[in-house]
Design a protein around this ligand. Structure first.
Ligand code: PGA
Ligand code: ZN
Length: 417
């Protein structure tokens, strides 16, 4: 590929969907300027990179601006070329000098500017560079939130998800999930006292109910939605197990169900829920330092996808070892967990190469940027977890519609490879 030059870089502080500060970066490559901001998580894995430098988002902007002297003037031979330089400039293992969010915003803005200066969208520049056939991932949509993303009284499991397994287009997939989401709203207002239609950080309902009740209603809404649309809508779950574990007792505290379970009991409990509600996807069912429990569960529900998020934090080495020991069959790919688009793409490649399911994912504190959709389409991600309701969530889904139009239909990916 031809070489292009980074002409300008500018960083600033902006706000995310939760009102927290984050970093936005503008990069100009051969006269084309692109802009990207990084999201932030609230239920973060211990092994993620540091999102910000010392001094928070402002400190990161200062550190990146200082380092920009080394970036401006550099050449890019491919859309991910700036990543090598970012790693050198930061020089730490955990990106703590400039912060993972400043690194990622630069990595993405540079990739977009490189693509744009060559007259192509980001997904196409990535897919050509990586040798991937572009395809539309299935949306994995949060319709009910609990845990760290909701107030007390909401269920302890963090996310109840829908996946329109047989959808033939992005339009059909989004329509099916929205229809089931609305059905869930009606079921909740009929069945739950209090304030059942409040929203969690990712736009799903956050009602004061137990995990069992939440699953029952989400499964019913999914079934009714499937019957009405003819698209099979399956249920997924993100337990965010590290936040459910009570560190003092070592038990999983499901207060809303009146259950305090040991690791082994939690394996059986989740296994029963998977069978009973036909759950196809279970993310972080246990704390991130218990891979053996993940493996026990994956063995007991071989058809479901046990997925690692905090367990593997978008690191190729951790994804490989967790998959090789049979702990997971799917991995969450959150670019800001590692701070570089190239590492996130490598993680998706490793997961795909081991016959797993890579899932591109947003964070709970998001921006209205839609590069996550381009990343998913241009790499190996078969699902995209980006929420459903709320402008910052819908921005990613609407971008899938536009990309789908360009691809000319019929390029839907799915749960099975
Ligand atoms: P976070 O959580 O973005 O708040 O870290 C999302 C997730 O656990 O998937
Ligand atoms: Zn998660």
């Amino acid at each position: 590929m031809e070489s292009r030059r980074i002409e300008k870089l500018r960083a600033r502080v902006v706000f995310d969907s939760r009102g927290d500060k984050t970093v936005e970066v503008e990069v100009t490559v051969d006269g084309f300027t692109a802009r990207a901001a990084a999201p932030s998580g609230k239920s973060r894995g211990k092994r993620e990179v540091q999102p910000f430098a010392e001094g928070g988002a402002e400190g990161s902007v200062r550190a990146l601006t200082e380092a920009s002297r080394r970036i401006i003037g550099a050449t890019m031979d491919d859309p991910l070329a700036v990543d090598v330089l970012l790693r050198e400039i930061d020089g730490t293992e955990d990106f703590s000098r400039i912060g993972g969010n400043a690194a990622l915003a630069t990595s993405v803005a540079a990739a977009m500017a490189y693509a744009g200066s060559g007259g192509v969208p980001l997904y196409l520049a990535l897919s050509r560079h990586l040798g991937v056939e572009p395809g539309i991932p299935l949306p994995l949509s949060n319709v009910l939130g609990g845990g760290a993303h909701a107030g007390s009284g909401a269920p302890e499991f963090q996310e109840y998800l829908l996946v329109p397994v047989g959808a033939k287009s992005a339009m059909q997939a989004i329509e099916a999930n929205v229809l089931a989401y609305r059905k869930l709203g009606r079921l909740l207002s009929q069945e739950v006292r209090g304030y059942p239609l409040g929203k969690g950080d990712e736009g799903g309902y956050a009602p004061p109910i137990s995990n069992r009740k939440a699953l029952e209603l989400v499964a019913r809404a999914a079934q009714e939605g499937s019957d009405e649309t003819g698209v099979r809508i399956a249920v997924g779950l993100d337990v965010a197990g590290s936040n459910v574990l009570d560190p003092k007792s070592g038990r999983y505290a499901l207060r809303s169900d009146g259950l305090y379970l040991t690791g082994e009991e939690m394996v059986s409990f989740i296994g029963e829920l998977v069978d009973r509600y036909g759950i196809v996807y279970v993310e972080d069912p246990f704390a991130e330092d218990s891979p053996e429990l993940f493996a026990d569960l994956q063995r007991s529900v071989p058809r479901a996808f046990v997925c690692g998020d905090d367990l593997v934090v978008t690191r190729p080495d951790l994804i490989r070892s967790a998959m090789e020991r049979g702990a997971i069959r799917a991995a969450i790919i959150k670019p800001n967990q590692v701070g570089l688009l190239s590492v996130a793409a490598e993680s998706a490649r490793v997961c795909h190469g081991l016959s797993g399911l890579p899932v591109a994912s947003h964070r709970s504190g998001e921006t209205t940027d839609a590069y996550l959709s381009h990343f998913a389409v241009g790499t190996w991600c078969r699902l995209i977890k980006c929420g459903l309701i709320g402008g910052e969530r819908m921005a990613k889904l609407n971008e899938l519609l536009r990309i789908g139009e360009e691809l000319g239909g019929g390029r839907m990916r799915g749960l099975s490879g």
